[in-house]
Design a protein around this ligand. Structure first.
Ligand code: ATP
Ligand code: MG
Length: 583
């Protein structure tokens, strides 16, 4: 039977639309826009009202008439597949063993269990490939905590790692090599947009658990009791074949906006597209969601990490462009007025061309944190100070994360100039001064900026940075300020200046051990005394020396031995340094 349609205005708020639907006993409200019919189901209007959003217009959650998201298609088994005879062709042997053992244990336990989520999706997606399996999501039509206890009592191979009674879930391991997350099938409601869901029913039939999931491709269930049967209640198999990411219902993004970042992550990882209505719903959330959602929070941060850690590829670049162009970055802070310029978009899009090369030269794995950190620098590069601070707070950036982003932001406009001074024969001291105090991530972001600008300056800088990390970054003096006072240096600024000079001498290989450092200081003191005496003798022919006022870090300024008393780097670049650079 066809659902009955109630015509409304797209701008009509959900509250009155729901009242109308109830009054007229209709299932769907509908309107026509740009020649196309759009519909919203009464259940979805009702859920939006429950989330406290009756003021949003009907169009905020409307889908095209006849779209695969209509309610009729959300029930019933759409397809299934049978992997029973081919398990060991696709799964590692230890996982197959775990599945067989679980199957017989589940028969005793008396509930149905399924492997759901990533593994089942990947099985269908990479049909030809043997999969690597680490984390397994098991959903049971029963009590997950009781199942965890049962497995412990009835098998030596399963170990209980942790129980989460508040969520009704448990973590168990199998022979110390596989991790299982065990959860009960459940129905949930969202009290507000972006809130944690509240479980209203646990241990429900699988079909009722499906709708709470993120996308059709992640809602496929691999049966444990009928081992190898894949149950598809959401047309996930069709969407995997069509390479499309599709939400399970129209209010999905209002319930959990972090799903938008998950959608981009899967598109970027698998080279999928957003299904048409899912892309429309995403855009509608970005247009209307600001009324109920502030953005940020731990889940958004984690999902952003998930997106940014996807292996670099043209596909990932394309989805990062989408992330910036469509305004998905506003999920970090829905109030931001920042709009990325074409330059920022291009920079973010092209990072992937250079990042793996830079990382491998630095022996740095491009893991989740590293990719996240580097991309953050560029995403926030052109934010205003206030907006960066507000967004960083909302996203819960750590102090460390804020520091390197801030550093990179402050270097804007000077990166070329600063690192352009490096050349093949730059001395260790020059290199040290250039990198000292900069966070590793800041340097990587600068390297990317140089690489994006073209030219081969970035190669020099990368090589210099490798040397700095390997040889000089951790170089420490044997002497400290107290030692200098003990040697007769007067207290005050001059101590810092001398320590700085001593470090430069050490970088230049002039003071390899403690005795050399002592000697160096004694020489400086003697030279200083001599010059004082000369100055006295000359009775004002020369200006008195002012060691404190000059060349504190020795950075960039070339040394001028004649004009100062206590001096750093008196010698021209020493032979060892030159030889080292040439090596
Ligand atoms: P991956 O390969 O990245 O692990 P996954 O699909 O297994 O992909 P997980 O984050 O491990 O992703 O989540 C496991 C399953 O839990 C998902 O497949 C999905 O069914 C469900 N899920 C995860 N996050 C959400 C969410 N925000 N909303 C609804 N369901 C979710
Ligand atoms: Mg997973």
């Amino acid at each position: 039977m066809r659902d009955s349609l109630i015509p409304v205005d797209p701008a009509l708020p959900i509250g009155p639309a729901l009242a109308l639907a109830r009054e007229q006993q209709g299932d769907l409200v509908s309107y026509v826009q740009a020649g196309k019919g759009w519909v919203v189901h009464g259940d979805d209007l009702s859920k939006m009202a429950t989330m406290g959003l009756p003021q949003l217009p009907v169009e905020s959650v409307a889908i095209p008439e006849g779209s695969p998201l209509s309610h009729v298609e959300r029930t019933g088994l759409n397809a299934s597949a049978d992997y029973a005879k081919r398990l060991s062709a696709f799964f590692p042997i230890y996982f197959v063993a775990a599945l067989y053992e679980l199957q017989s244990l589940m028969q005793k336990f008396g509930s149905k269990a399924y492997v759901i989520g990533g593994i089942t999706r990947d099985l269908m997606l990479y049909n030809e490939k043997r999969l690597r399996v680490h984390d397994v999501d098991i959903t049971v039509e029963g009590d997950a905590l009781a199942l965890a206890d049962f497995l412990m009592e009835n098998s030596r191979n399963f170990q209980l790692l942790e129980k989460f009674p508040e969520f009704g879930t448990a973590k168990i391991s199998y022979k110390d090599s596989l991790m299982f997350d065990v959860a009960s099938t459940r129905q949930e409601i969202y009290p507000h947009c972006g809130a944690l869901p509240v479980v209203v029913n646990r241990g429900v039939p699988l079909v009722n658990d499906i709708i709470r999931r993120d996308f059709t491709i992640n809602a496929l269930a691999f049966s444990v009791h009928e081992l190898g049967q894949v149950l598809d209640y959401s047309n996930g198999i069709r969407d995997i074949q069509a390479r499309e990411i599709r939400v399970l219902h129209p209010i999905s993004f209002f319930e959990d906006p972090s799903r938008i970042l998950r959608a981009l992550k899967f598109c970027a990882r698998f080279n999928f597209e957003l299904a048409e209505e899912t892309a429309q719903l995403l855009e509608k959330f970005l247009s209307f969601g600001g009324a109920c959602y502030k953005g940020g929070g731990e889940r958004i941060k984690q999902e952003l990490k998930g997106l940014l850690r996807v292996e670099e590829s043209e596909t990932k670049s394309r989805w990062l462009r989408y992330f910036l162009e469509t305004g998905c970055y506003r999920l970090l802070n829905m109030e931001t007025t920042f709009r990325p310029s074409p330059e920022v978009i291009e920079a973010v899009e092209r990072i992937g061309q250079f990042l793996p090369g830079i990382a491998s030269t630095l022996h740095q794995a491009v893991d989740a944190d590293f990719a996240f950190d580097v991309y953050l620098c560029f995403i926030f590069r052109d934010f205003s100070v206030e907006e960066f601070q507000q967004t960083a707070a909302r996203l819960g950036l750590t102090r460390n994360e804020r520091e390197f982003v801030e550093q990179f932001r402050k270097l804007q406009g000077t990166v070329q100039e600063r690192f352009g001074t490096l050349h093949e024969y730059s001395s260790p001291a020059e290199i040290y001064d250039l990198f000292h105090g900069l966070h590793r991530i800041t340097v990587v972001a600068c390297l990317l900026e140089l690489a994006l600008a073209g030219g081969n300056c970035s190669k020099n800088v990368l090589e210099a940075f490798v040397k700095y990390k390997r040889k000089w970054e951790k170089m420490r003096l044997e002497l400290d300020g107290n030692d200098l006072i003990g040697l007769g240096v007067p207290e005050g600024k001059v101590i810092g200046i001398l320590l700085d000079q001593l470090l430069h001498a050490k970088l230049a290989g002039q003071v390899p051990d403690r005795m050399d450092e002592v000697q160096y200081i004694q020489n400086q003191l003697a030279a200083h005394a001599e010059r004082l005496a000369e100055a006295k003798a000359g009775e004002g022919r020369q200006q008195p020396p002012e060691p404190e006022s000059k060349n504190i870090a020795g950075r960039q300024q070339p040394p001028e031995p004649e004009s100062e008393t206590i001096k750093g780097r008196q010698q021209p670049p020493e032979p060892e340094a030159g030889a080292d650079v040439a090596r």
